[in-house]
Design a protein around this ligand. Structure first.
Ligand code: DC
Length: 222
């Protein structure tokens, strides 16, 4: 199996780039952020205060079933049998996903699922800790970065396209909140693996970013 780990901060373009790369190399694309988002959505729906009550979050995991489906290369997320693919993309869920990702029991619960997928498929898996913790032996590790402003601008355009009403300042503030929490948490923080190749896309177009990541992968697996 060929496993590519793609890590980096929120809004660096990981999912868009991973989807395109998966298509070119015929890999399965696995979006691990969507798994954290789905668990966060369940907490919101059940009125569980993630920060104040991590024990309730942990208890919730006992009766939670996450499934992944595929639709034309896109990953579909099923939470307890319900398709939540579009419900997990709101700014409220983004923040809650970063909050829930701090809880060690949540990370441990997801680790098994993530590794099972990687063992079964040639895949590109995106997240925060794939190269450092989930797949330390991945064949290729890419760490994708871009300035916070560039990332907020891209994320805003994505949200506007989906009809979510939000301002640039709100998106930038949420991004900085998540950058800080994702990098400073104790368990598996966002960090470039020592053997990862860094790709800074601040000044690159999407096509250029895709080409750069494809080149990095080709050099290793060809
Ligand atoms: O990639 P994303 O924006 O969908 O991720 C949502 C949140 O989930 C992110 O703020 C941090 C967390 N996350 C994580 O801690 N580890 C991962 N492998 C993926 C996401």
């Amino acid at each position: 199996m060929i496993n590519v780990a793609l890590d980096g901060p929120s809004g660096a373009g990981k999912s868009t780039i991973a989807k395109a790369v998966a298509k070119r190399f015929e890999f399965i694309y696995i979006d691990t952020g969507a798994m954290f988002r789905s668990l966060a959505l369940k907490c919101i729906e059940q009125g569980i205060d993630i920060k104040a009550n991590p024990a309730a979050v942990e208890a919730m995991l006992q009766n939670t079933v996450l499934d992944i489906g595929r639709d034309d290369g896109q990953q579909l997320m099923f939470l307890d049998g319900k398709n939540v693919t579009s419900l997990i993309r709101t700014p409220e869920v983004s923040k809650a996903a970063s909050d829930i990702a701090v809880i060690p029991a949540v990370r441990q619960w997801l680790l098994e699922t993530e590794r099972e997928f990687a063992a079964k498929y040639d895949c590109i898996m995106d997240g925060r800790d794939i190269g450092t913790s989930v797949l330390p032996n991945a064949d290729v590790k890419v760490f994708l970065t871009a300035s916070a402003e560039a990332r907020a601008k891209r994320r805003l355009a994505e949200l506007v396209e989906k009809g979510v009403e939000v301002s640039f300042d709100e998106v930038l503030a949420e991004m900085k909140y998540r950058d800080k929490q994702d990098s400073e948490r104790e368990v598996s923080p966002l960090r470039k693996a020592d053997d990862a190749i860094e790709a800074d896309t601040t000044l690159l177009t999407l096509e250029e970013s895709i080409a750069l990541v494809c080149d990095i992968i080709r050099k290793v697996i060809d």
